[in-house]
Design a protein around this ligand. Sequence first.
Ligand SMILES: *Cc1c(COP(=O)(O)O)cnc(C)c1O
Length: 355
Amino acid sequence: MLDIKIEKTNNPKELPGADNPLKFGTIFTDHMFLMNYETNKGWHNPRVVPYQPLQLEPSAMVFHYGQEMFEGLKAYKTQDGRTLLFRPDKNIERANRTNRRICIPEIPEEDFLQAIKTVVKVDEAWVPTKEGTSLYIRPFIIATDPFLGVRPSDTYLFIIILSPVGAYYPEGLNPVKIWIEDEYVRAVRGGIGEAKTGGNYVASLKSQVKAHEAGYSQVLWLDGVERKYVEEVGAMNIFFKIDGKVITPELNGSILPGVTRDSVIALCKDWGIPTEERRISIDEIYEAYQSGALEEVFGTGTAAVISPVGQLRWDEHIMQVKDGGIGPLSQKLYDTITGIQLGRVEDRFNWTVEV
Ligand SMILES: *Cc1c(COP(=O)(O)O)cnc(C)c1O
C-alpha cells in the first residue's frame, strides 16, 4: 500500500456545466497524482497535489530522447451514483509492458491502481454524468535526469491527470473516412509499435496531416516491411467483418494491444461469431469489397469505443463500406461495451472496478 499524501487546492475551479461539450482533452480537473523515482530509492513520495505546471530542467532527458510512456482509460458514472473504471488491470499490465520495453522502472500493479483510484476519488465531482460522457484518465511517466546523453534515466516522474470528456460522437455513432497509408510507416516489428509511447505518435503526424488535407479523418497503417498487411488505425485497432467472420490483425509486435480490441474479441467469441486474429492483407480486403463480402469495418479504442468506418481509400481505390452507415455488429458492440461501462448491462466478464 502506498502512503499517499493529499494536498487539496484552495482555489477549486468551477465545474463545467451540463451544456459544456467537453471537447476531448481540453479541460483538466483540480488535482493530479505525482510519484518520483530514483535509482537508489525506487518509487517514492506518492502524492495528490493541485493541478499545476511542472518544473523541469531544460536538459531533462524526456525532451531530447523521448523516454516517456502513457496510458489512457476512463471512469464512468452509473445511474446509482457509483464511479466505475473499465478493466484498469489491463491498462496497468500494458503500462508495465511498455515500461520494460523502454527501460522505465515498473510500478507495482496494486500501487498503480491505488494511485488511479485515489486521484479519481479526490476529483470524483468531476466525473460527468450526461449520456456518453466520462472522466478520461491519463497516467504517464517521463525521464527527468538533467543529462544530454543516451542511456536510461536514473530519475522519473509518474503523473496522473484527469480530463472530463464528452461523447466522442455527440450525435451518436458516426462513420469515419480512412486513408490507407502506403508511403510512410508507423512501426516495424522489433521496434516500439506495441509500446504506448509518444514516439509512435510523432512518427504518424506527417501522414495524419496528409490524410486530413485530403478530407480523411484517420490513417490506416500497413506493415512496415511489405506495406501489404493491415496493422491499425491512428489510435485505434481495426476490425473487418467479412462473409460473417470477424477478422483483426494478430498482435505481431508492431501493433498496440488495445484493451477495447481484447474486449471486442471476447464479446464476439461469446456471441458465437467466428473471430480470427491473423495477418490480413489489403488485397484480401479489396477483394472482399469487390465481391460484396466486406460487411463492416470498425476501429476500437478507449476514446471512441467503437468507430464505424464508412469509407476506405487505398491509392486510387475508394471502398464504400456497405451503405456508409453503421453496421449492426458495430452498433451492438458499442451498446454492449458502453452499457457495461455505465453499469446498465450485466458485467458477466467482471470488467468494471468501483473507485
Ligand atoms: C491506445 C491505443 C490504441 C487503443 O487501445 P485501447 O486500450 O483500446 O484504448 C490503439 N492504437 C494505439 C496506437 C494506441 O496508442
